[in-house]
Write a protein that binds this ligand. Sequence first.
Ligand SMILES: Nc1ncnc2c1ncn2[C@@H]1O[C@H](COP(=O)(O)OP(=O)(O)OP(=O)(O)O)[C@@H](O)[C@H]1O
Ligand SMILES: Cc1cn([C@H]2C[C@H](O)[C@@H](COP(=O)(O)O)O2)c(=O)[nH]c1=O
Length: 215
Amino acid sequence: MKSPLSSDRGRGLFVTVDGPSGAGKTTIVRHLAQMLLAQGEHVHLTAEPSSGPVGKLALELTETVTGRALACLYAADRYHHVEHEIMPLLEAGHTVISDRYIASGLVVQRFDGVDPMFLWHLNEEAKRPDLTVILEADPEVIASRLAERGPHNRFQHTAGSSHAEVEFYRHAAETLYSTGFGVFKVDCSSRLPEQIAAIIHNQLIELPTRSEVVS
Ligand SMILES: Nc1ncnc2c1ncn2[C@@H]1O[C@H](COP(=O)(O)OP(=O)(O)OP(=O)(O)O)[C@@H](O)[C@H]1O
Ligand SMILES: Cc1cn([C@H]2C[C@H](O)[C@@H](COP(=O)(O)O)O2)c(=O)[nH]c1=O
């Protein structure tokens, strides 16, 4: 049975949420999934690195492998994730929400000095989401959230990393928008997670269905 958001599309909706560390990706995707479930959607919440074999390897090697090699591992995980997890669920009519996707691939390895064009070319063939959400926030706000929660990875240990990351995401959002991605930016500095999820939810309801796009 197809769920309400996918019924006119022939397949499920693919939504991705990216943004600087501490912006609230994981918190917000959980709220969004709850909202969609409550309206009767079939929702699949996933994340990158994925739980597949390449994702496990990428996560295991993140502290020791750097630069282009790590970027290639994350891109490989993305293509595997799409083929083996995301596409089958979209075809079955599920709404798939991914905590991190291409935008993270354009950003995180920049901390190791990888050229943004190299990152773009690695990622440009990956399946395009129906909506690419980019969380934005004041770097000072997210730095204090991170300090309170504690860092998840080596990129978050650098002083000033939140300022750099906010800039990298701004650039990634421009790259994606200029190549035709449906990009939706939301400021998360002073809103509650449930308010942010509700804003994204409204945007999903507004998305054109396939028949509206082609006519
Ligand atoms: N809108 C918000 N307002 C206040 N605090 C928030 C908000 N969103 C998330 N937080 C808090 O900030 C911290 C970071 O949130 P979360 O782990 O969801 O961020 P993230 O973007 O997924 O981070 P990372 O990239 O490091 O995994 C958590 O302690 C969370 O409770
Ligand atoms: C998609 C992606 C992820 N990473 C790294 C960054 C972190 O170490 C983990 C994600 O964990 P978090 O709890 O969501 O912060 O994966 C990366 O380096 N490159 C990527 O493209």
